[in-house]
Design a protein around this ligand. Structure first.
Ligand code: FES
Ligand code: FES
Length: 152
């Protein structure tokens, strides 16, 4: 069995897994990192959104071999110790979550957007393709704008 070494939320990990095993399976089932949610498994719902080397990716369709030598960040690695990321703060202030299932992916997508676009327009925000079955899109939009102003 091939081995793969990469970092997850700042910690180096090595796993034995077939090269084409989805990174999401490795995170959730082998490493117990369950923030990235399994929804569709085919890159549609985006519930699994995480970052690989700072880019938003959907690990349900990223083979673990692509993570070799890279840095994976999930919702668990977003806060700095006890200090929440501004996007997480804004999410709480806007009371965004309902059932919560899609929310780790939504937050990780929002962080990636704000890295590229400091003051996103409504169109930029609406281009985030993460699905929310509870329909929290309006509050997501408000939270992203709040986070943008908090991040200056
Ligand atoms: S689980 Fe739906 S995009 Fe990954
Ligand atoms: S908060 Fe329930 S699916 Fe988004």
């Amino acid at each position: 069995m091939p081995t793969h070494t990469f970092s997850v939320n700042g910690k180096s990990v090595t796993v034995d897994a077939l090269d084409d095993m989805p990174l999401l399976w490795v995170l959730r089932d082998m490493l117990g990192v369950r923030g990235p949610k399994y929804g569709c498994g085919i890159d549609v719902c985006k519930a699994c959104t995480s970052h690989l080397d700072g880019r938003a990716v959907n690990p349900c369709v990223v083979p673990v071999s692509e993570a070799d030598g890279g840095d994976v960040t999930t919702i668990e690695g977003l806060a700095d110790g006890d200090t929440l990321h501004p996007v997480q703060e804004a999410w709480l202030e806007e009371d965004v979550a309902q059932c919560g299932y899609c929310q780790p992916g939504q937050i990780m997508a929002a962080v990636a957007l704000l890295r590229e676009t400091k003051n996103p327009s409504d169109e930029d925000i609406d281009a985030i393709a993460n699905v929310c079955r509870c329909g929290t899109y309006f509050r997501i939009r408000e939270a992203i704008k709040k986070a943008a102003s908090m991040m200056g």
